[in-house]
Design a protein around this ligand. Structure first.
Ligand SMILES: NC(=O)c1ccc[n+]([C@@H]2O[C@H](COP(=O)([O-])OP(=O)(O)OC[C@H]3O[C@@H](n4cnc5c(N)ncnc54)[C@H](OP(=O)(O)O)[C@@H]3O)[C@@H](O)[C@H]2O)c1
Length: 294
C-alpha cells in the first residue's frame, strides 16, 4: 500500500525552505493549491510556529472540506498551556476538531513535566478535539524512546531517498508494528534534493557539497530525474501512512502529481542513502540564513 499525500504549510505562513527564492506563498496561490490538491491530498500539516499558516488555512478552506488537519503544540509550551494553545489553533483554523496533534518539540516530554504534558494531550483527545496525538521528531530513535513511555499513535519524522535512517535502523518498522501512524516529511530535503547539480546548493549547505555531489552522481548513473528519485523512493515505502510535501506553486504540484501517479519503481534504494555524515541531513545543524526554521 502506498503512503497517502499530506501537504505541508510552513511555506504558506513563512518564507521557509532552503531553496525557497519565492518567499511566503501568496494567499491566492494557497487557495489555488488547496483547490488543486483536493481529492488527491488527504492531510494538511500545519503548526502555530508556521507564522500565519493556520489562519490562512482557516480563511481559505471551505467549511465542507475533507482534509485531515494535523497541527502542533509549539516548543516550550508546558502542560498547563496545552488546552489554550490548541483552542487558539482551532479558532485560527476555524474547525472544532483536528485529526492530529503533535508535540513540535519532544524535550518537554522527556523532562519533569513529561507525564503532565502527555496527560494534557490525552485530555484533548478524550474531549473530542483531537483524533490522534503524538510527536514530530528529527530522528526516529527519539520517537522509539518516547514510545517506551507513552502510547504515541502519530509520528512525523524526516525521510528521503538521501535520508533513510528511519528505514535502515528498523525504527520505522518497529513503530508500525506497535500501531503507530508514521508520516514522513522533508522528502525533498527542503527542496535541495531537486537541484540538478550541487553547485546550486544554498550557501549554508556548501560545506556538505560532497554529499550532494555523490548523491547526484548516483542518481545520474541510475538515469533518474531529481523528482522521480525523491517521489519514486517515498511512494515505495509502504510502511509510511503519509508523505508530507512542501509546495510553493501550482507547477510544482502538477509535476509532483504526474510523477506520483506514474511512479512504480521496484528499485533497491539503499545505495542512495547517505550513511556517513548523517548530521548534515538535519536542518537544525545547517547555519541559518535570515529565515525562520519551521
Ligand atoms: N519539525 C517539523 O515538524 C517540521 C520540520 C520541517 C518541515 N515540516 C513540514 O513539512 C513540510 C515540508 O517541508 P520540508 O522542509 O519537508 O520540505 P520538502 O517537502 O522536503 O521540500 C519542499 C520544497 O521542495 C521544492 N519543491 C517541491 N515540489 C517541487 C517540484 N515539483 N519541483 C521543484 N521543486 C519542488 C519547493 O522548493 P522551492 O521553494 O525551491 O520551490 C518546496 O518548498 C512543511 O511545510 C511543514 O509542514 C515540519
Amino acid at each position: 500500500m502506498k503512503p497517502a499525500l499530506a501537504l505541508g504549510t510552513a511555506q504558506f505562513g513563512l518564507a521557509y525552505g532552503a531553496t525557497n527564492t519565492h518567499g511566503q506563498v501568496s494567499p491566492d496561490t494557497v487557495a489555488a493549491l488547496l483547490n488543486a490538491v483536493k481529492g488527491t491530498v488527504a492531510y494538511l500539516d500545519t503548526a502555530p510556529a508556521y507564522g500565519t499558516a493556520e489562519s490562512i488555512l482557516g480563511a481559505t478552506l471551505s467549511p465542507d472540506h475533507t482534509f485531515k488537519i494535523i497541527t502542533k503544540i509549539p516548543a516550550g509550551i508546558n502542560s498547563m498551556s496545552v488546552a489554550a494553545t490548541l483552542e487558539k489553533s482551532l479558532e485560527s483554523l476555524r474547525v472544532s476538531q483536528v485529526y492530529g496533534l503533535l508535540l513540535h518539540d519532544t524535550a518537554g516530554l522527556l523532562g519533569a513535566d513529561g507525564d503532565a504534558l502527555w496527560h494534557a494531550l490525552e485530555l484533548a483527545q478524550t474531549s473530542g478535539l483531537v483524533k490522534k496525538i503524538g510527536v514530530s521528531v528529527y530522528d526516529a530513535e527519539t520517537a522509539l524512546r518516547l514510545l517506551r513511555r507513552y502510547p504515541i499513535k502519530l509520528v512525523q519524522l524526516p525521510c528521503s531517498v538521501l535520508d533513510q535512517r528511519a528505514l535502515t535502523s528498523g525504527a520505522l518498522h518497529a513503530m508500525v508494528q506497535q500501531g503507530v501512524e508514521v508520516h514522513a516529511r522533508s522528502i525533498f530535503l527542503q527542496g535541495t534534493l531537486l537541484l540538478e547539480n550541487a553547485a546550486a546548493l544554498p550557501p549554508q549547505l556548501r560545506p556538505h557539497q560532497q554529499i550532494f555531489d555523490r548523491y547526484i552522481e548516483k542518481r545520474g548513473a541510475a538515469q533518474l530525474s531529481p523528482l522521480s528519485a525523491c517521489v519514486d523512493f517515498i511512494k515505495a515505502q509502504s510502511a509510511l501512512a503519509a508523505a508530507v510535501i512542501g509546495l510553493t506553486n501550482l507547477q510544482e504540484w502538477q509535476d509532483l502529481k504526474q510523477q506520483w501517479s506514474t511512479a512504480t519503481s521496484k528499485r533497491d534504494w539503499t545505495p542512495f542513502a547517505e550513511t556517513g555524515n548523517t548530521a548534515a541531513l538535519d536542518p537544525r545543524t545547517w547555519p541559518q540564513p535570515v529565515k525562520v526554521a519551521a
